[in-house]
Design a protein around this ligand. Structure first.
Ligand SMILES: Nc1nc2c(ncn2[C@@H]2O[C@H](COP(=O)(O)OP(=O)(O)OP(=O)(O)O)[C@@H](O)[C@H]2O)c(=O)[nH]1
Ligand SMILES: [Mg+2]
Length: 286
């Protein structure tokens, strides 16, 4: 049996979280059009008759951003490359190869494990991914790549050949998780992430980066009704007011979008209590 740990690495926004979810056919990781959505590594588990791959969705490396989170998140991204058996290096051919991409390539190479280039977003028209050729050149010039493959994480295309290549890169061994388990994430963390995703989708500019979500309590109110009490922490009073919105419409929208996703996933009705509070130090505690 194959059994190994593989990290999906790459720049922020290249589609690593979308790809993890597609590979395990489960929403383990949250996704958004904004960079630095993922803040800590998420583990998904791909098991079939070939064996098992534990896939780590690493935070994206995003060097140009400043702010309290960037150094913590970049450190988590680098850590996720250590002690793994293989790397799926995910790139976005809509964006040019710049200094940041070259640094990531160097990091991936220096890990000493097999790695494959995954050219994501192949569903887009060729004119929308003008830099694809450059990424092919990158592979042609570096013999340590185990080849490259074009996929669409969003449209779930070419995942079968991708999975074959991933299984080729990991060693043999015993299964690390039960064959039916697809994610290794605490329920509270996952619920907080779903709410945080809605903040990323609804709020703009710096607010998603100035906010986090903490679950205070999950309890069964009655049969088929789960009460979830959560706080959105943000660094400034003006952000708090924007997160609440006029007539509390923003926080209601965040709550409604979250509930709509949590109810089918947890198979219960949900009463979601969301409080927005100022906490200047939340990022320092990550
Ligand atoms: N068209 C297209 N869009 C994609 C594809 N994969 C991901 N996206 C979009 O790209 C954006 C970023 O996706 P994520 O999966 O959040 O990217 P990420 O690499 O995890 O980003 P960070 O967590 O910020 O590092 C989202 O808007 C996705 O819908 C794809 O195959 N095709
Ligand atoms: Mg992500």
């Amino acid at each position: 049996m194959k059994s190994g740990i593989l990290t999906l690495a790459g720049r922020s926004n290249s589609g690593k979280s979308t790809l993890l979810n597609a590979l395990i056919d489960t929403k383990a990781a949250i996704t958004s059009p904004k960079p630095q959505t993922t803040r800590s590594p998420i583990r998904g588990i791909l098991t079939d008759d070939r064996g098992q791959i534990v896939i780590i969705d690493a935070p994206g490396i995003f060097e140009s951003a400043s702010g309290p989170l960037t150094s913590v998140v970049n450190a988590a991204a680098r850590d996720a490359l250590r002690g793994v058996d293989a790397i799926g290096y995910v790139v976005d051919p809509t964006r040019n190869i710049g200094v940041e991409e070259h640094r990531i390539h160097t990091l991936v190479r220096s890990s000493g494990v097999p790695f494959l280039l995954i050219l994501n977003k192949s569903d887009l028209r060729e004119s929308e991914r003008p830099h694809e050729g450059r990424y092919h050149d990158l592979v042609a010039l570096d013999p340590s790549f185990r080849g490259s493959i074009s996929v669409s994480a969003l449209k779930q295309q070419h995942l079968i050949p991708l999975k074959s290549k991933l299984f080729e890169m990991v060693p043999e061994g015993e299964l690390m998780y039960p064959a039916t388990q697809r994610v290794d994430v605490a329920k509270e963390f996952w619920i907080a992430e779903i709410i945080r995703e809605k903040i990323f989708l609804v709020m703009h500019e710096e607010i998603p980066y100035a906010a986090t979500v903490v679950i205070d309590d999950i309890s069964e109110e009655r049969e088929n009704l789960l009460r979830i009490s959560a706080r959105i922490l943000t660094t400034h009073e003006r952000y708090r007011r924007m997160l609440i919105g006029r007539g509390a419409q923003r926080v209601k929208q965040i709550g409604q979008m979250s509930r709509k996703e949590l109810e089918p996933a947890l198979q219960t009705k949900i009463m979601l209590e969301l409080h927005v509070v100022v906490d200047k130090k939340w990022a320092a505690r990550l």
